[in-house]
Structures are given as C-alpha cells and as structure tokens.
Write a protein that binds this ligand. Structure first.
Ligand code: FMN
Length: 189
C-alpha cells in the first residue's frame, strides 16, 4: 500500500478510457464503499448514497443514456449512439455518488452537499490506496432528469459524480497546480 502522504501528493485522475481491468474484487468494493461513507457529516444525516455499476449493468444503464441522447439528437450517427451506450462501460467499475441533500431544520443544504463531495473524494483516494486509479466526472447525463429517472434517482437526488475506477494503462503525467501564494493568505497580514 503506498504511503498516505505520497498518495495524496501524487494522485492524478486517469481518463475513464484509460482505466482497464481487472476491477476491484467484492471485498475491495466493500472497502471502497465503507471508506466513502466515512466522511464528515454534520447532523449524521448520511445525505448521500452510492449506486454501483459493474459488469453488464454498465451497458444496461448505458441504454438509458443512449435513449435520452437519441431523443435530443435525432440526427446522431450510430457511432455517436454507441459511444453514449458505452459511457459507463469504459472502466470496470463506476460508482455514482448521489447527493440526497435537502431542506433540514438545522443542517444547511450546502453542508449536506459538501459531505457528498467528501464522500466522492474519499472514494477516489481509497481506490488509489488499493492500487487502482480513478476519475471523478459528471458529464452531461449527470444533469439530465430523464437519465436520472431511468437510473432510479429520486426527484430531489442529484449526482455528485460518477467515479470511474480501474487500472491505469500508463502512469499519468502531472499537471500544474495552483500556486499556494495565489490561494493562501494569512489573516492579519
Ligand atoms: C464535481 C466534479 C465533476 C467533474 N466532472 C468532470 C467531467 O465531467 N469531465 C472531466 O473531464 N472532468 C471532470 N471533473 C474533473 C476531474 O475529476 C479531474 O479533477 C480533472 O481531470 C483534473 O485531474 P486531477 O484530479 O488529476 O487534478 C470533475 C470534477 C468534479 C469535482
């Protein structure tokens, strides 16, 4: 297992297309979900849930994405439709982090949404800690109500991300990061 600080310092997203198999085992999947659900959560509301796409279910879900795509793109080529059908089948495992945030007497909705972000990030880091790579993406279908309905999301549920998990084809190159001088100030200076 990589050293925690090294992992946090070096993690890079790997594109879904570059995430191959074999994917996580059943025991590893349980570890991923356990760690994803172990996040700060004001009020202990668990304002998130997870939807797992593995094996053939990935293309079954893709049918729903492709159907909605065809509805809005009547002139789509077969290749384009096929690409949409395979959206969730690029990586061996995709986990949708679903926000269940809503109005609450005490806990602001914003804080519930932040907790879903924390769950997605924990999931990503857990994947790397197990030796996989990941990509946290949303793409258009995360925002299309027809797709969300077809995937079984409730009316007030939203997608925080589709976290794609697999084995990287090649080590990713780093990218520029914000300079601390541009984003950090010390109060009082
Ligand atoms: C909520 C959320 C949604 C994202 N959606 C997409 C997306 O749809 N497509 C994409 O290319 N990157 C998306 N990203 C960015 C990637 O997760 C990733 O941060 C980016 O590729 C940079 O790589 P890095 O994680 O190695 O810094 C999203 C990030 C967040 C936090």
């Amino acid at each position: 297992m990589p050293d925690a600080l090294a992992l946090l310092r070096t993690r890079r997203s790997v594109k879904p297309m570059e995430l191959g198999g074999p994917g996580p085992s059943a025991a590893e999947l349980e570890t991923l979900l356990t760690i994803a659900s172990r996040v700060p959560d004001h009020g202990k509301l668990a304002p998130w849930r997870f939807l797992v796409f593995e094996g053939e279910a990935r293309e079954k879900a893709g049918e729903a994405i492709a159907a909605v795509f065809r509805e809005t793109h009547a002139d789509a080529t077969p290749e384009q439709t096929e690409f949409e059908r395979k959206r969730l089948a690029r990586a061996p495992l995709v986990i949708a982090v679903i926000s269940r945030a809503g109005p609450h007497v005490k806990i602001p909705e914003w804080e519930q949404q932040l907790s879903a972000g924390a769950a997605a990030m924990n999931l990503v880091h857990a994947a790397y800690a197990l030796g996989y790579a990941a990509s946290w993406i949303t793409e258009w279908y995360a925002y299309d109500r027809r797709v969300l309905d077809a995937l079984g999301l409730g009316a007030s549920e939203r997608i925080a991300g589709f976290v794609h998990i697999g084995r990287p084809a090649k080590p990713p190159e780093d990218r520029d990061r914000p300079k601390l001088a541009d984003i950090v100030t010390r109060y009082g200076d």
